[in-house]
Design a protein around this ligand. Structure first.
Ligand code: SF4
Ligand code: SF4
Length: 250
């Protein structure tokens, strides 16, 4: 991807989010069957390799998020310990997930949605990484290998969702399951440590009535069934990235 294209993505991102707000009212709402219908995750044996048999993803119903997604962001922060950097300016602090407010220019109708790494099938962040640190697992999870990230931040420039951030300072008291390192890039990793243990991502657990998580390759999974019925919009679908995170009500 050339730099002009990246800049174009960035310029248009918020504008287009505003555009989708105008059509939000006509979409049907969906109701989860039970409070426990947040999804299903089948743990794989630890000695078994990750394969492309599954593709993990989630559907977020924005109309069911009474707090606009703040609880999901707080759960992510707690799970991974990001955002409490003491020597970084607010604009420098990590943001694995953030609440984005969208207002339609004409009607002034507003809504909020949580935005994190969208786990693109065709991720530009992976395309531009010179070391292979930015990588996509066979099951669709996009993450950063901190051991080989050289902090060039090309992936941050390439990501049209502004999903990645850079660690500017030495960190203390890190979570053992989510190591972070000064001078490296990081982003939502779909709580891969939890998925590999057969658990749901932390943000999904925090909003069980609004989010369904599961295997997008399985037509019978709860998330696939919900998307088949009510759809699952991508932010900036025009980019053709086929995101694993989908939304309803935007
Ligand atoms: S949302 Fe950004 S960081 Fe995540 S996979 Fe897509 S391009 Fe990469
Ligand atoms: S899946 Fe995990 S890392 Fe990603 S936003 Fe949710 S809590 Fe954060």
């Amino acid at each position: 991807m050339n730099q002009n294209r990246v800049d174009e993505y960035r310029r248009n991102f918020m504008t287009t989010l505003g555009g989708v707000a105008a059509v939000a009212a006509v979409a049907p709402s969906f109701v989860l069957q039970t409070a426990h219908a947040a999804g299903e995750v089948a743990a794989k044996p630890v000695d078994q390799a990750v394969t492309n048999a599954k593709r993990w993803g989630m559907l977020i119903d924005v109309t069911k998020l009474t707090d606009g997604g703040a609880g999901m962001v707080a759960a992510c922060k707690k799970e991974h310990g990001w955002g409490d950097e003491t020597h970084s300016a607010d604009t420098q602090k990590a943001h694995w997930a953030r609440v984005v407010k969208v207002t339609d220019k004409l009607t002034k109708n507003s809504f909020s949605l949580p935005v994190m790494c969208q786990h693109c099938e065709n991720p530009p962040c992976v395309d531009v990484c010179p070391t292979g640190a930015s990588m996509k697992r066979a099951d669709g999870i996009v993450q950063v290998n901190k051991h080989i990230c050289i902090g060039c931040r090309y992936c941050m420039m390439a990501c049209p969702y502004k999903a990645r951030s850079f660690v500017h300072e030495a960190l203390q008291d890190q979570k053992p399951h989510s190591p972070r390192g000064m001078g490296t890039v990081e982003s939502c990793n779909m709580c891969v440590h939890r998925i590999d243990e057969g658990k749901l991502p932390a943000c999904v657990e925090a909003a069980p009535d609004a989010v369904i998580f599961g295997d997008l390759n399985d037509p019978n999974s709860a998330v696939s069934q919900a998307m088949k019925t009510i759809g699952g919009k991508q932010i900036r679908a025009d980019l053709g990235l086929n995101t694993g995170v989908r939304y309803h009500g935007i």
